[in-house]
Design a protein around this ligand. Structure first.
Ligand code: B12
Length: 153
C-alpha cells in the first residue's frame, strides 16, 4: 500500500484511539497498517494487536482516556464478537466513546448495507466495508471529533 498522503496534523492534545482485532481473530497485517496510518495522521494510537476481547478494549480505553475504539474483524465472526460491545461500554461508564468497526465482518459477500445496519443497530458509530482505506477511517474520525467538540462548545 502507498504511504498515506495526508500530512500529520499538529494537535495540541492529540486524540487517543484504542485499536485492535477482536475475538479469536489473528489477522495481523491490516492492524499494523491501521496503526501506522492513524499515528501518521496525528492520533495517539494504543494498539492492542490481535485476539482482543471486548473487556481488553474497554479497559484500555478507560486507562488511556481514549476518544474512540477502532475494531477490526477479518475472519467472519465479527457479528458474534461485537455483540453487546456498546452495552459493555455503557456499563463501564464510557457510553459516549466513538466505536468504529471494519474488515470482513461477516462470512462471504453479504450485501454491505445490511451488514452496516446490523452493526449500527448494535451501537457502532461507523461501519467500514471490506478493504476500506484506513484514510477513510481517519477522515471520519476527524469529522466526528470536530462535530463533538463543536456541539460541546
Ligand atoms: C493472510 C491471511 C490469513 C493468515 C493470517 C496471518 C496473520 N497472522 O496475519 C492465516 C493463514 C493465519 C489466516 C487464517 C484464517 N483465515 Co485468513 N486470510 C488471509 C488473507 C489471505 C490476507 C489477509 C491480509 O493480511 N490482508 C491484507 C490487509 C492489509 O488487509 P485487511 O486485513 O483487509 O485490512 C485492511 C482493510 O480491511 C482495512 N480495515 C480493516 N479493519 C478496519 C477497521 C476500520 C475502522 C477501517 C477504517 C478499515 C479497516 O484496513 C486494513 C489495512 O489496509 C485473507 C484474504 C485476503 N486477500 O484479504 C484471508 C481471509 C481474511 N481469511 C479468512 C479465513 C476464513 C480465515 C480462517 C478462518 C481460515 C480457517 N478456516 O482456518 C483463519 C482464521 C484464523 C484466526 N483465528 O484468525 C477469510 C475471511 C472470510 C470472511 N470474513 O468472509 C479471508 C477473507 C479469505 C477468504 N476469501 O475466504 N488467514
Amino acid at each position: 500500500m502507498a504511504a498515506p498522503k495526508e500530512t500529520p496534523v499538529q494537535m495540541a492534545d492529540p486524540a487517543t484511539i484504542v485499536l485492535g482485532v477482536i475475538g479469536a481473530d489473528c489477522h495481523a497485517v491490516g492492524n499494523k497498517i491501521l496503526e501506522h496510518v492513524f499515528r501518521g495522521a496525528g492520533f495517539n494510537v494504543v494498539n492492542l494487536g490481535v485476539m482482543v476481547s471486548q473487556e481488553e478494549f474497554i479497559a484500555a480505553a478507560i486507562e488511556t482516556n481514549a476518544q474512540a475504539i477502532v475494531v477490526s474483524s477479518l475472519y467472519g465472526h465479527g457479528e458474534i464478537d461485537c455483540r453487546g460491545f456498546r452495552e459493555a461500554c455503557i456499563e463501564a461508564g464510557i457510553q459516549d466513546i466513538l466505536l468504529y468497526v471494519g474488515g470482513n465482518l461477516v462470512v462471504g459477500k453479504t450485501d454491505f448495507a445490511a451488514v452496516e445496519k446490523t452493526f449500527r443497530d448494535m451501537g457502532f458509530d461507523r461501519v467500514f466495508p471490506p478493504g476500506a482505506d484506513p484514510l477513510e477511517g481517519v477522515a471520519s474520525l476527524r469529522k466526528d471529533l470536530a462535530d463533538r467538540s463543536a456541539s460541546h462548545a
